[in-house]
Write a new protein. Structure first.
Length: 376
C-alpha cells in the first residue's frame, strides 16, 4: 500500500505556485521547488525565464531526446531562428495538468497519445490545434483531432529469432500460441495495451473484428488465452526490456514495439531476427499543446507544422524507427527500410488500428485481469 502523503506534497506545490504567480518566486525557483518535490521535472539547460524566442518540446527521453532535437529541432531553428530545447522528462497528463492549473507552464509542445489527449481535453488543460497552420492532410487518417495531431506511428508487432526456431517461424498469432510446433519462450508487454488484440486473433478473430469481439465475454476469453500461455511468457515492462530479451536469447518470439524491432535488425547477428506487421496493432503518437505555453500558441503550431515535412519524417524514422505520420514520407525511404515502416501503405492494411475508444471504456478492468493472468 502506498502511504506517501500526497496531500502534503500537493499543499507545498500550491504554496510554491502562489509565490510564483505573486512574483515572489522566479520560474527557476519554482522549477527547483517542484523538481525537489518530484512533481514537475527539472529542465536542465532551460533558461530561468521562458522567452518568446525559444520553444520547449517535451518527449520521453532516452535517445529520442537528442534525435528529436537534431532532426526536428534543428530544422525548425534554421527555418524560424527560434531555438528548440528538448526535455525528456515525460509529459504525462498529470504533469501537464499540474503545470496548467498552477499557472506555471514550462512546456510548449508535448509528445502524447490520443487517449491521454482526450483526458487532458476533458480537463481543459490543452489547446485546440490551429489547422490554419497545421496541415490535416499531412497525417494518417483519424489522427487530426481537434485538440491534438499525429506526430509519428508505431506498432505492437510480432518478432522472432529464426535461429531458435529451426523447424519454421511463426506466421500468425495462432502460431505464437502453438508451443508444440513452435517451442521457446515468448514475450508480451506487462501492460494490456496492444496485447489482447493478439489473443483474439489467436482464436481466429479477423483483425477488422477484434474490438467488436472484445466485449465483456471476449475480454474474458482473451484473458483465458493468455493464461494458457503464461508458463511460456516473460513479460517486458519497457521497450528496452523487450529488446534485451531478444539480444540475450531469452525469448524465441513475442510482441514488441516496431521501433525496437527497427533497432534489433542491426544489433543481432544476420539471420537471427525477423518481424512482421501481419496482425500488428498500429498506434499513433499525438502532439498536444498545454494551455498557457510560454512560447505562445502560434509558435507551437508552427513547430508542429514544420515537423510534418515528409523528409524530416523520413529522417526521424531512419534515426530511431518512429514511423512517419505523413504518408508522403513512405516514398522517400530506401526500399530496404520500407518493410520496417509501420505506416507504409503495404503494412498499414495488415494491421489492427488501435482503438482509443475501446481502451477508454475497458482498459482499467482489462488491465487487472491481464496482469493477474500473466503474473498473478
Amino acid at each position: 500500500m502506498d502511504t506517501h502523503d500526497t496531500g502534503y506534497q500537493a499543499d507545498l506545490m500550491d504554496i510554491a505556485a502562489e509565490k510564483y504567480k505573486a512574483g515572489r518566486l522566479s520560474r527557476r525557483g519554482f522549477l527547483t521547488a517542484m523538481g525537489a518535490l518530484g512533481l514537475v521535472p527539472m529542465l536542465g539547460n532551460r533558461s530561468a525565464y521562458a522567452q518568446a524566442s525559444e520553444i520547449v518540446v517535451c518527449n520521453w527521453g532516452g535517445a529520442a531526446e537528442e534525435i528529436l532535437k537534431n532532426i526536428l529541432g534543428k530544422a525548425f531553428e534554421e527555418e524560424t531562428g527560434i531555438p528548440v530545447r528538448v526535455d525528456g522528462a515525460g509529459p504525462s497528463p498529470g504533469k501537464i495538468r499540474a503545470m496548467v492549473e498552477s499557472g506555471a507552464v514550462v512546456w510548449d509542445v508535448c509528445d502524447s497519445g490520443a487517449g491521454s489527449a482526450i483526458v487532458m481535453n476533458g480537463a481543459g488543460v490543452i489547446q485546440d490545434i490551429d489547422y490554419s497552420i497545421v496541415d490535416k492532410t499531412k497525417v494518417l487518417d483519424g489522427t487530426a483531432l481537434p485538440f491534438g495531431v499525429g506526430n509519428y506511428v508505431f506498432s505492437y508487432a510480432m518478432a522472432w529469432n529464426p535461429t531458435m526456431l529451426p523447424d519454421g517461424a511463426p506466421k500468425t498469432w495462432e502460431d505464437v500460441w502453438n508451443v508444440q510446433d513452435f517451442p521457446g519462450m515468448r514475450t508480451f508487454r506487462k501492460s494490456v495495451r496492444g496485447q489482447l488484440e493478439m489473443a483474439a486473433q489467436a482464436m481466429g478473430v479477423a483483425k477488422e473484428d477484434v474490438y467488436a469481439f472484445l466485449d465483456d465475454e471476449g475480454i474474458k476469453a482473451a484473458i483465458a488465452k493468455f493464461r494458457e500461455l503464461r508458463d511460456n511468457i516473460i513479460v517486458w515492462g519497457s521497450g528496452s526490456d523487450s529488446q534485451n530479451l531478444f539480444l540475450q536469447g531469452e525469448v524465441a518470439m513475442g510482441n514488441i514495439y516496431s521501433s525496437r524491432s527497427f533497432l534489433l535488425k542491426d544489433q543481432m547477428e544476420p539471420g537471427s531476427f525477423a518481424m512482421t506487421f501481419d496482425g500488428a496493432v498500429l498506434q499513433p503518437g499525438i502532439w498536444v499543446v498545454p494551455k498557457g505555453n510560454p512560447a505562445g500558441a502560434e509558435t507551437a503550431m508552427r513547430f508542429i507544422a514544420s515537423a510534418q515535412d515528409p523528409q524530416l519524417q523520413a529522417n526521424w524514422f531512419e534515426a530511431i524507427g518512429n514511423g512517419p505520420i505523413n504518408p508522403a514520407a513512405a516514398s522517400l525511404l530506401p526500399a530496404a527500410l520500407a518493410q520496417w515502416n509501420p505506416n507504409d501503405p503495404a503494412n498499414v492494411v495488415k494491421q489492427v488500428i488501435y482503438s482509443d475508444e475501446w481502451y477508454g471504456k475497458n482498459q482499467v478492468s482489462a488491465e487487472e485481469l491481464y496482469i493477474d493472468a500473466l503474473i498473478g
